[in-house]
Write a protein that binds this ligand. Structure first.
Ligand SMILES: [Zn+2]
Length: 148
């Protein structure tokens, strides 16, 4: 693992991925009590942990943010286990008439299908072929304007 530390928002709060909102809130309160910088035993407080708990809570208590985050976690897990057969760029994609969807042709004759909404969310993600078991990695991170 490149970054050694497994510190998802769920791990920070010590909860499972299926935790309910009330479990998330309870875990957050516990973390706040434990790490709050203003606590009397300041020697044991950890402002860094406190901030991380706060960030985790901000994401996980918000349903839509949590969904996006969950998908990113899934992507990250998949990326760790699957070697994409190809890396493609946005200009390699073909637009389907009128739809908010683009495709890239697989060698097997199948297609990789990209939801344009996903492209707003990620700079890099894996696409499964709709026919075979291959993946390509779509990398949109090179699209910064050259005059930055
Ligand atoms: Zn294929």
């Amino acid at each position: 693992m490149p970054d050694g530390r497994d510190s998802s928002h769920y791990n920070v709060l010590g909860i499972g991925k299926d935790a309910s909102l009330s479990q998330i809130t309870a875990a957050y309160r516990t973390a706040v009590l434990k790490h709050h910088p203003d606590r009397s035993n300041a020697a044991k407080s950890s402002p860094e942990e406190f901030l991380r708990a706060q960030q985790a809570y901000e994401v996980l208590r918000n349903d839509s943010l949590r969904k996006v985050y969950d998908r990113q976690l899934d992507q990250r897990r998949v990326l760790g286990h699957i070697a994409p057969s190809d890396i493609i760029r946005r200009e390699d994609l073909q637009q389907l008439g009128g739809d908010d969807v683009m495709t890239y042709s697989c060698r097997c004759g199948g297609s990789y299908i990209v939801d344009l909404a996903d492209m707003q969310l990620y700079t890099e993600f894996l696409l499964p072929c709709d026919t075979c078991s291959q993946y390509v990695c779509l990398d949109t991170s090179q699209e910064e304007p050259s005059n930055g």
